[in-house]
Ligand binder design. Structure first.
Ligand code: ACO
Length: 339
């Protein structure tokens, strides 16, 4: 649960950056709730009522996270009018890495045919994109980089247990990217707030495949290479952490709910999003959701939502966008951005 450490990680005062372009990659295969009725003992009615999800995208077995991330970066670069080889930093936020090593970011470089710039992964679960944005912002403000691609991408369908109805119905695959560049003083991060509480790591994790539990026949047979989640505990912590981080960041940015143009929370469950929004005081009509279409794509939900909101003309220069997220770790992050 956010505590005093939460406050220490807050940064206020305009950091002049600009999101010069956004892009997404969404697998073409649509899986509707009704389709899952053939997979586990569930129903469209239950999933809709308890989560707000109607359908999700599922990647072809041949697709790895780096494929989606590379396409999202390519599209974001095209939107920003730059060539992928011109970016000078690549941050990939994901929990569904291509390989244990090297980083998924290096696989993305390979797929984009680019090299030279630092490339690294951020492992912060569903908070990953906002973690990446925070790192990119500070690297740009420090003068270390001038054009950073931040991408959140996941192939969750390869790490969920398709026999566990409590988790498999929640997730989807996809990627979203943003090209972050220095701002001219009008746009930027007004305030942010990020943190983590690793004491709660066992509540939501993938037990096997790393050094704690290397792959064995037993680990595979026991389904240990898939998502383990205590859903109700995640739910409670998510509401508190997402709203606390957002409220603190809004306070540090010296804005009120009236100043917010769009509220773009991590899209895990409509009940979590609604409860978090309500605690910030931002009216319901200002909350943007793509959850019904894509499910919980973990680190990809916020950049995909930002891209679609922009595409629909809902984010214009000067608008104040508040994003907040919560994920495995537990991690949380909130950002108040003047677009
Ligand atoms: N279909 C039908 N019934 C189901 C399903 C399903 N897919 N899944 C669970 N149920 C059943 C349960 O077995 C239980 O049955 P019982 O009463 O006979 O025991 C009943 O539904 C109620 O289960 P709960 O777990 O209490 O249901 P709840 O309303 O809490 O919803 C959910 C469960 C959707 C998992 C919710 O707790 C949640 O969204 N938690 C957050 C999880 C999350 O978002 N994780 C993502 C990663 S972190 C992040 O992104 C923030």
């Amino acid at each position: 649960m956010p505590n005093a450490g939460h406050r220490r990680a807050a940064i206020a005062g305009l950091r002049a950056i600009k999101i010069a372009g956004t892009g997404v990659s969404l697998p073409p295969k649509v899986v509707k709730n009704a389709d899952l009725e053939d997979v586990v003992d569930t129903s469209d009615a239950w999933i809709t009522e308890r989560t707000g999800i109607k359908e999700r995208r599922i990647a072809d077995p041949s697709i790895a996270t780096s494929d989606l991330c590379a396409e999202a970066v390519r599209n974001a670069c095209a939107d920003a009018g730059v060539d992928p080889s011109d970016i000078d930093g690549l941050i990939v936020s994901t929990s569904t890495t291509d390989t244990l090593f090297p980083s998924t970011a290096c696989w993305v470089q390979r797929k984009l045919g680019i090299k030279g710039m630092p490339a690294l992964d951020v492992s912060a679960g569903c908070s990953g994109f906002l973690y990446g944005l925070e790192l990119a912002t500070n690297l740009i403000i420090a003068g270390a980089m001038r054009r950073v691609a931040v991408v959140g991408g996941e192939v969750m369908s390869k790490v969920v247990n398709w026999r566990d109805r409590g988790t498999c119905v929640l997730f989807g695959d996809g990627a979203g990217a943003a090209i972050v560049v220095p701002g001219d003083g009008r746009s930027g991060v007004l305030a942010s707030n990020w943190g983590a509480d690793g004491n709660l790591a066992p509540i939501l994790y993938q037990p096997a495949g790393g050094t704690q539990m290397p792959a064995t026949r037993e680990s595979v047979d026991g389904g240990k290479h898939t998502v383990h989640m205590e859903g109700n505990t995640v739910f409670r912590h998510a509401v508190v952490a997402m709203s606390t981080a957002a409220v603190q960041a809004m306070r540090d940015a010296e804005i009120t709910a009236d100043d917010v143009s769009l509220f773009v929370p991590h899209q895990a469950n409509m009940r979590i999003m609604e409860a978090a929004r309500e605690r910030t005081g931002v009216p319901r009509e200002k909350m943007y959701s793509v959850l019904h279409k894509y499910g919980n794509m973990s680190a990809a939900t916020i950049p995909v939502a930002l891209h679609e909101a922009r595409t629909e003309g809902l984010i214009r220069d000067g608008d104040i966008v508040v994003s907040t997220a919560f994920g495995t770790g537990f991690t949380w992050a909130a950002c108040v951005l003047r677009w």
